[in-house]
Design a binder for this molecule. Structure first.
Ligand SMILES: Cc1cc2nc3c(=O)[nH]c(=O)nc-3n(C[C@H](O)[C@H](O)[C@H](O)COP(=O)(O)OP(=O)(O)OC[C@H]3O[C@@H](n4cnc5c(N)ncnc54)[C@H](O)[C@@H]3O)c2cc1C
Length: 555
């Protein structure tokens, strides 16, 4: 039997009584925003400081034990496909656990899917990014339809507004904050969600290989025949899909129900049995003459949908930053309460190295995600837009790729507890690889970085200007930034270098942010461990780094 030591104090005693000997008190019951100074600092400097009170309220809601319980439940009781009703009629519905709907109510009320479009003030994207990041610390499946809806809005505003049949009923409902999961024609609903269908069996990255055919109909719409191999959140009220029209690959608006309430000809074949992201339904569908409306011109499908893709890439980066922060916060909490060999884990020198390294990753990811969100603001300059073109794929690649390793390492801090399903870490670990796969898998998105670097000199100039803000603060950073900018100007890389280039851009941007805004030990440690030739594993920070100083700054 372990006994309570006098130096553990009343709080430690209370937690031991309620959780068993040497088990940490519950992580839940904390304000996820107010316990994260890195996020608060990033929100303030990127222009979203006015949202502080709202984010604090959202952080409190998300941090409640009840919200964590909803997240666990939504993933334990996965959605089920209902293809037919009891009379044998095709219905193609997905039944979700009530916990899914409760989480959706919370997130839509917060405006994760619409706030910057509904209230487009300076800092609106940043404030929304912070809300989304906090959500990602608790549950991720619900973020799929929220992201797709958010990302579809610019496309709908630009193109659907030209189609009277779409503009009137749809946009106000997409921008509404009261979640309405009912299967009704959009005109009878209070709000609507939008999904995206690009990937087919024969190819996801290379969408030009799409085989779904779109035939013009007499009423100005089209009839789609074919399939989609991944079609997430099929209960969304409409999807933007790609299909081959007579003039080439085109983007279409595909409602689930027709205005008279009849089901559109979209058959859900089955739901994917996924590694993670289990609260969210991802389906395979077939289109059997489904009615759809052309957005933009025939043959311009990729150009039309790319705006949606860019915004979903932003969310992948923010979501993975949230996963990283969530996992690291749980690791810190555990290590500070769990004792081994006569002292807490957080007091053991080797664990201090691991924790410090994890904190570096979380700080960098948060800073990068919020900086990237600023480049999406409505009032961004042309230089910001150019930076965004290069930084979005680079940062998406880097944060999403780092998430899996970071969450795995954070889970190990909890020892065996981190491997047991009652703890959120196993779910987070299964979730972590996903953002790296969709919306441009790592290789594909890194090739996009090279494309942007080759074709858009303004993007390189914007990157140089951003990095110049931290010049002189650290010699390692100066060397890294100089070598990177020279190599981008020379464009002396080939496809095999794409990951290295994308990673170098992301780490340069992260170091530049940390050198200017983070505590000095943290920024220095980042430069020492992430720039140049560095070890691949966590817990390999160089000896001269003060590993106690880095976590000490953070909750
Ligand atoms: C849970 C989940 C939900 C999804 N939901 C949706 C959805 O709602 N809508 C939708 O449209 N899609 C969705 N997707 C599909 C996703 O976007 C694709 O899986 C992704 O784009 C990759 O396409 P693919 O699976 O066909 O792989 P492929 O395109 O076959 O690629 C396989 C691998 O090869 C790499 N690769 C490809 N080309 C190159 C190259 N030129 N050089 C080097 N490497 C290369 C890729 O990076 C990848 O690692 C979902 C996927 C998952 C896992």
């Amino acid at each position: 039997m372990h006994s309570v030591r006098p130096d553990q104090g009343p709080l430690a005693f209370a937690s031991i009584v309620s959780t068993g000997p040497n088990q940490p008190p519950p992580f839940e019951g904390r304000n996820l925003y107010l316990t994260d100074p890195a996020l608060q600092g990033a929100v303030a400097r990127e222009g979203g400081g006015w949202a502080h009170d709202r984010l604090a309220a959202w952080g409190a809601t998300l941090g409640r034990a009840e919200t964590f319980a909803l997240a666990a439940r939504a993933n334990r009781f996965a959605p089920e496909l209902r293809t037919h009703d009891r009379f044998g009629a095709r219905i193609d519905e997905v039944a979700y656990d009530p916990s899914w709907h409760e989480l959706m109510v919370l997130a839509t009320r917060e405006g994760e899917h619409c706030a910057p479009w509904l209230e487009p003030r300076a800092g609106a994207q940043v404030a929304r990014a912070a809300a989304y990041l906090l959500h990602a610390e608790v549950e991720n499946g619900t973020q799929c339809p929220l992201t797709m809806t958010y990302a579809a809005v610019p496309v709908l505003q630009r193109y659907a507004s030209l189609l009277p049949a779409l503009a009137g009923p749809w946009l106000p409902r997409v921008l509404a904050r009261d979640y309405d999961p009912r299967s009704l024609p959009v005109g009878e609903k209070t709000s609507a969600l939008i999904g995206m269908g690009m990937t087919e069996r024969q190819g996801g990255s290379d969408v030009r290989a799409n085989a779904t055919a779109a035939a013009p109909a007499d009423d100005g719409s089209y009839r789609l025949t074919g399939h989609k191999w991944f079609f997430s959140a099929p209960m969304c009220d409409a999807h933007l899909v790609l299909a081959q029209a007579p003039g080439g690959l085109s983007c279409f608006f595909l409602p689930r129900l027709m205005p008279d309430g009849a089901k559109n000809e979209v058959r859900i074949q089955r739901l994917k049995d996924k590694l993670g992201n289990r609260s969210n339904a991802s389906s395979e569908v077939e289109f059997d003459g489904a009615a759809a409306w052309l957005l933009g011109d025939e043959g311009r499908g990729v150009a039309v949908i790319i705006e949606m893709v860019q915004h979903t890439r932003l969310d992948c980066a923010i979501g993975s930053a949230g996963l990283i922060r969530g996992a690291v916060a749980q690791a810190l909490h555990h290590a500070r309460h769990r004792r081994a060999f006569g002292r807490t884990l957080a007091e053991q020198p080797l664990m201090q190295n691991v924790l410090a390294d994890l904190v570096l990753e979380a700080e960098a990811a948060t800073a990068l995600a919020l900086r990237l969100a600023r480049s999406f603001e409505a009032d961004s300059s042309s230089a910001e837009a150019a930076l965004s073109r290069l930084a979005t794929p680079a940062i998406k690649y880097w944060i999403c790729k780092r998430a899996t390793a970071t969450v795995a390492e954070a889970a190990e801090v909890l020892g065996g507890n981190g491997y047991v399903e009652e703890c959120p870490l196993p779910r987070m670990l299964r979730e972590a690889p996903l953002n790296s796969i969709w919306e441009g898998s790592a290789n594909v998105i890194c090739l996009d970085v090279l494309r942007a670097a080759r074709r858009e000199p303004a993007a390189i100039d914007a990157l140089k200007a951003e990095l110049a803000l931290a010049r002189g603060a650290d010699a390692r950073f100066d060397r890294h930034a100089t070598a990177l900018c020279e190599s981008l100007h020379r464009a002396d890389f080939d496809e095999r270098d794409a990951r290295r280039v994308a990673g170098a851009i992301a780490t340069a941007l992260a170091a530049s942010l940390l050198l200017r805004h983070a505590p000095a030990p943290l920024a220095g440690a980042y430069c020492a461990s992430r720039l140049g030739e560095t070890g691949a594993a966590f817990g390999t920070l160089p000896r001269e780094i003060d590993c106690t100083a880095i976590p000490a700054h953070r909750a």
